[in-house]
Design a protein around this ligand. Structure first.
Ligand code: WQD
Length: 342
């Protein structure tokens, strides 16, 4: 009997790639998504890759009745992976109530319903943004949580606390919190990938749109940081590596008898790359030039952060494996498949 997993936000970038890996690992998947930042054609891509069409419910997780109906019509859900959230840092500054309501009410609804329907575990999509600007790199899970620099980052910190407090109150569930660094890339099939809405805020989709001629020029937001080449450093993790970590976490939570009720893992490669280094690796991997200029720093950017992934490597038995050149080629293949559509 296949274990059934609910993936909220499952037509999104990380949700869709994780659904593919869950299906490949033998899980049955139910997706709920309100399609506010994705489209239902992603389901076709998932089916084309895996040969399996996951059940799909169009709905908003902030509505508890919608969720209760889902658990009733899809009995036997053993675990949840919660991706459903608003995630644009800049937008969260403009619309804080939307972010607090969407991200926190979604999580609280799921947590409240889990004991009612015998759902045993929830994997929560958190972010390295909870660390703010690290005092030192690489950064491990014992690093201090710093005051959030955006409502988006604050929703991740508060969500982690909600999970900890709810389980400490005796809720009969477990959770694994995954703090992502910078997810990039696309599925090697080029059948699913990142679908930014409007002008991309993140580096790689803006880079590939520039390479495709959709954007005239990429702006590097500052080269006067105290880094070797002056541009900011991040830990870019391939989306397939990231998705596989979720499958390992879910399996550990559902099958790992003696694990702690709440476990937290940093998901990164352990290697920092600067903006300029990433541009160079794209050009070297694809042979495509990326016109760029050096611009002003972007408000709110931190200078450098990369993970110490030792705990995930040793406890989860997970390690990032996809070389950044492959990631760049996959991102480019996906962009070419998207063509000139914005
Ligand atoms: C990376 C680097 C920019 C665009 C954010 C969120 C994080 C997570 C990932 C959700 C920075 C530089 C970017 C451009 C540039 N999101 N850059 N020109 O800001 O590290 O992380 O997205 O979970 O929580 O904070 O990612 O891709 O926006 O930027 O020079 O056009 O690329 O300055 O140094 P970031 P990013």
């Amino acid at each position: 009997m296949k274990k059934k997993i609910l993936v909220t936000g499952g037509t999104g970038y990380i949700g869709s790639h994780t659904t593919v890996e869950l299906i490949n690992a033998g899980y049955e998947v139910v997706i709920i998504d309100n399609l506010s930042n994705s489209n239902r054609e992603v389901i076709d891509g998932i089916e084309a890759i895996t040969g399996v069409r996951p059940a799909f419910v169009e709905g908003d997780c902030t509505d508890i009745a919608t969720l209760r109906n889902l658990f009733t019509s899809h009995p036997g859900i053993a675990g949840i992976i919660n991706f459903a959230a608003s995630k644009a840092v800049g937008e969260s500054v403009q619309k804080p109530l939307l972010y607090y309501r969407n991200n926190l009410v979604t999580l609280m609804n799921l947590l409240e319903l889990m004991p009612e329907f015998g759902v045993r575990g929830i994997v929560f999509s958190s972010s390295c943004t909870v660390y703010g600007e690290p005092d030192k790199n690489p950064i491990d899970e014992t690093a201090p949580i710093k005051a959030a620099t955006s409502p988006y980052g604050n929703t991740k910190q508060i969500s982690e606390e909600i999970i900890e407090d709810y389980i400490a109150s005796g809720a009969p569930i477990k959770s694994i919190i995954l703090r992502y660094f910078n997810p990039i890339g696309a599925h090697p099939s080029a059948l699913i990938g990142e679908l930014p809405v409007g002008v991309p805020q993140n580096l790689v989709p803006y880079l590939t749109q520039t390479a495709a001629g959709i954007r005239e020029q990429l702006t590097v937001f500052g080269n006067d940081y105290s880094t070797p080449d002056g541009s900011c450093i991040r830990d870019y993790i391939d989306i397939i590596d990231l998705a596989r970590a979720h499958v390992i976490a879910m399996t550990r939570m559902l099958d790992g008898a003696d694990t702690d009720a709440v476990e937290i893992f940093n998901l990164g490669t352990g290697r920092g790359l600067s903006v300029l280094e990433l541009i160079n690796s794209f050009e070297a991997a694809t042979g495509v030039k990326v016109p760029y200029r050096i611009g002003e720093r972007r408000e709110g950017d931190i200078e450098k952060i990369w993970a110490d992934p030792k705990k995930a490597n040793e406890v989860l038995g997970w390690k990032a494996e996809v070389p950044v050149e492959d990631t760049m080629r996959n991102a480019w293949a996906w962009q070419q498949r998207l063509g000139q559509s914005l």
